[in-house]
Ligand binder design. Sequence first.
Ligand SMILES: Cc1cc2nc3c(=O)[nH]c(=O)nc-3n(C[C@H](O)[C@H](O)[C@H](O)COP(=O)(O)O)c2cc1C
Length: 247
Amino acid sequence: MRAAYDEFHAVSSMPGLNLRPENWSSPADWPAEWTQVFYKRYPRAERVELSERTALPPMDLADALAARRSARDPGTTAVTAANTVAVLAASVGVRHDLAPSDVGARRAYPSGGARFPVEIYLRFHHVADIADGLYHYNIVEDDLRVLSRSAEDEPVFQHIFGFDWITGARATVLMTAAFNRSAMKYGERAYRFALLEAGHLAQNILLTSAALGLAATPVGGFSDYVGDVYLELEYTDEHLLYAVVLP
Ligand SMILES: Cc1cc2nc3c(=O)[nH]c(=O)nc-3n(C[C@H](O)[C@H](O)[C@H](O)COP(=O)(O)O)c2cc1C
């Protein structure tokens, strides 16, 4: 019997013919939704004003690479909203100096076809400068919004991962993918692209965390269904893909 991954690899493979330049369509003929950058906004949700931002210290790339380790105990630096959001801002690195039509289309991490399907949510727990709860981080506008401060959501979060070091972690970065942003252009290959993009983004988060002395571990083992319930995604085409846990 053929393994499911083999099946999916075949389904999401491009026929060689597509790779010949004469078969490429010109960007001028593309539909607008192939170039427009889509991202989620929560304009009615409470905005979090972060009074201070931690500056990223200058660090040799070689030193950051050497310092990165998956760590499930707290690091030397205490996790705060100020340094977690600084890590995110540096990791997503949106360029705001471009033409308005390009806003959000150039970032510190690459994205297949610049479709940017990945969204970021944050769960803070017992952190000094922000209330416990679930937040959405708007990558393009560098904007943090409150999605839930309900204590009722806590047991749901605990069932996503099931490990005490994650339940008790100060910050958890939850990466989802809104697959349709890529699928409308790339079909089934969108799934591969979303996973690859999340990996690029996660590596940036791990390296910038290392630069700030923050412990961080990537986590791919979780209950997909409970994760989607926690993020209220179960009836959408956006789903939880990956997490980076800051203990
Ligand atoms: C895709 C992926 C999924 C992972 N999932 C988990 C996980 O569910 N739980 C966990 O504790 N660590 C997880 N890790 C961390 C690995 O255990 C860790 O990277 C590996 O042991 C190598 O150690 P290092 O990161 O310190 O170099 C994951 C890493 C990757 C790349």
